[in-house]
Write a protein that binds this ligand. Structure first.
Ligand code: PLP
Length: 283
């Protein structure tokens, strides 16, 4: 795999980062994950806009313009012949002697690399996924896509131990979001419910596109928190992320939920999403 590491395109096995990088020492950085489907960069402009916002929130000057970022991503697609997978990009505050306080004007460390993964050929899209619920152990600014991901590492490990695909995080009895996804239910009244944006969740880019599609399809969207019990009572349950687009949920904590197969609301949203992706111009 060829990555773009600190200004150069290099094989990932040859790449290295200084020990004093604040990303390594403090998790002092932010990241983005963008899907590549049949050679198309999915929701690219929106991911780059969120990157800009995350950087601003933690006081790092964006080292590239959106069009420079896109050119880097396209170069990664071409050099790796990446047809289906993900582009990971990360910006850290840079390299300095270890101290919590930082000086302005450090040179940010930029890393971009591909991951080969099936995205839209994920079998879970058809079969549905099993999930568990876990406590949400994160800090108070979950809207920043920070590389400090210990809570999510623990949540995903719990999911892996339980042999399920995702962990939904809860504060009290309310679902905040998935460890790496946005959570939704369709109620028995047919309302599509997901949380409103706040500091408690990441503003999902897939969520943004999916809700616009839901609006186009004239679905009733209700942005509000929902409880674990509401998931058990829901007609449909699913989650979204760039790395999966959308996955239906058929079991939570060992209990069947949302029917035994993908529901009609999920199917309509997913099909439309993929149709729109295929209208994009390939790299
Ligand atoms: N919520 C969290 C905590 C995430 O880590 C992610 C993605 O990794 C999402 C939601 C989904 O966001 P997106 O649709 O932008 O991938």
């Amino acid at each position: 795999r060829i990555g773009y590491i600190r200004g150069e395109f290099v094989p990932l096995t040859k790449a290295s980062i200084p020990v004093m990088d604040r990303g390594f020492l403090f998790g002092d950085g932010v990241y983005e994950v963008t899907a590549v489907i049949e050679g198309r960069l999915v929701d690219d402009a929106a991911h780059l806009a969120r990157l800009e916002r995350s950087l601003k929130e933690i006081g790092i000057v964006n080292p590239h313009t959106a069009s420079q970022w896109t050119r880097l991503e396209e170069e990664i697609v071409r050099r790796n012949k990446l047809t289906n997978g993900l582009i990971y990009l990360q910006v850290t505050r840079g390299v300095a002697e270890r101290a919590f306080k930082y000086k302005d004007g450090l040179v940010p460390t930029v890393v971009v690399f591909p991951q080969f993964s099936p995205v839209q050929y994920n079998p879970l899209t058809k079969t549905g996924a099993r999930i568990i619920t876990v406590p949400d152990l994160r800090w108070a600014r979950c809207d920043i896509k920070s590389t400090s991901l210990l809570a999510q590492v623990l949540a995903k490990h719990a999911a892996s131990q339980a042999e399920v695909s995702e962990a939904w995080m809860m504060r009290d009895d309310v679902i905040t979001e998935g460890a790496s996804s946005t959570a939704y239910i369709v109620t028995q009244h047919g309302d599509l419910v997901t949380r409103a944006l706040s500091h408690e969740t990441l503003p999902g880019i897939t969520r943004q596109t999916l809700l616009r599609i839901a609006q186009d399809l004239k679905l009733r969207i209700v942005e509000r928190p929902f409880t674990r019990q509401e998931v058990l009572d829901a007609r449909e349950v699913f989650y979204t992320s760039a790395s999966t687009i959308a996955i239906p949920v058929v079991e939570m904590d060992g209990v069947p939920v949302g029917g035994t197969k993908p529901g009609p609301v999920f199917e309509a949203l997913y099909a439309t999403y993929m149709q729109e992706v295929m209208q994009l111009t390939p790299v």
